[in-house]
Design a protein around this ligand. Sequence first.
Ligand SMILES: [Zn+2]
Length: 470
Amino acid sequence: MVARVGRRSLWFEHLHQPDGWLSPGHVSVGDDGVVEAVAATPPPGWDAGGAERFAGYALPGMPNLHSHAFQRAIAGFTEARAREGGADSFWTWREAMYGCALRVTPEQCEAIAAQAFAEMLEAGYTAVGEFHYLHHDLDGRPYADPAELSLRILAAAAQTGIAITHLPVFYAHGGFDRPPGERQRRFVHSEVDAFLRLFDAVQRSTARLRHARAGIAPHSLRAVAPAELDELAAFARSSGVPLHLHIAEQRAEVEECLARRGARPLQWLADRLELGPELCLVHATHCDDDERNRLAASAAVVGLCPTTEANLGDGRFPVAELVAAGGRFGIGSDSQVEISVAAELRHCEYGERVVREQRNVLASGDGSHTGRRVFELALAGGAQALAQPMGAVSPGRRADVVVLDADHPRLWGHGPDTALDAFVFAGADRAVRDVLVGGRRVVRDGRHVDAGRIAAGAARAVRALSGGAS
Ligand SMILES: [Zn+2]
């Protein structure tokens, strides 16, 4: 568990603010890691002698709204054609992923998650939404403590200092109205009540941790029956916790939903549930115009994971149309094939450029900078989806800050106006030098402060598991 750090004073050469930049920015942070004041001149109570000084460009930490941490172990191991012939797809990748999921032990799960979370912090993510469906022992029976693997994830978050919204997953069916398969045995709860007992244990644990909270994740319309979804959604709403689900990632899922439920997934969901601000719809890739308009008109956040969606051959979400209609989105590293804030944001824009044969599609108007625009949209959507007090370095929000080294070659000649464009498009994400979560430094000189120890444990785990992915 991360120790309390006491009140502190932070000085930034250039500090990103919702309406521009503050150069310099003085930030006072309370014992709880929350910003008390931001000002161009030292605010009352400023500790001039003890202030920590950060040269360069200071950005708000980015929320990573969708992660399966253990999948870090198979990154790069699924990039060869299957030997049996036929086209590779999401479904063949899923078999490889199951090969890992069926073997990972609690110790390995914690070690790999800690590595993934450390890499997230080094990339500029300061909070993670861990969509966690690995619950049971290797044989499918609950652990002595049914929350064992959730507690391992929370321990990994505490080791690294990343803020976490832990999202235990309810998974009951192997497909629309089909029983779960043997290879899904570690994920399955046959009853909502048993799952809610697990959630209760998770919530009690997150309440004891710094920067941690819990939410609920019905896996998908494939894996959750309508009545189960109703019960979980009502529970989430009455409890005031986030509700995340995968939706419309694959065309096959859309077709099966049409056949089984009589409507496309997003259409069916929007008819059944109010698409409220507690909802995060992960992927939503295959939406038609009507579904996209309903998403845009709602308060829900679309969870885009563009590097994973490209890697898995899922398809492309129409993000420009969503944004133009006032919709909300955030980004996630999902399969961990890459852990890069900049890559997720860049793919959002590049997907539009290659289809439209235009540039700067997501910029908000004449003179608007695309890098800053996509960064800020994803900040707001991610903070909402994770229900974390972040998204800006402002009073009342946590002091999550990512500082870029202005002397890095990829920032030569840049100033505040273009630093975020360089970060998103031109490799300046390699200039991440310092990262603070709640005012506490977790990355120094581009490396997690405990990177060596974390990597030693994770290397053993990944090497032991990598045979299962091939
Ligand atoms: Zn996912």
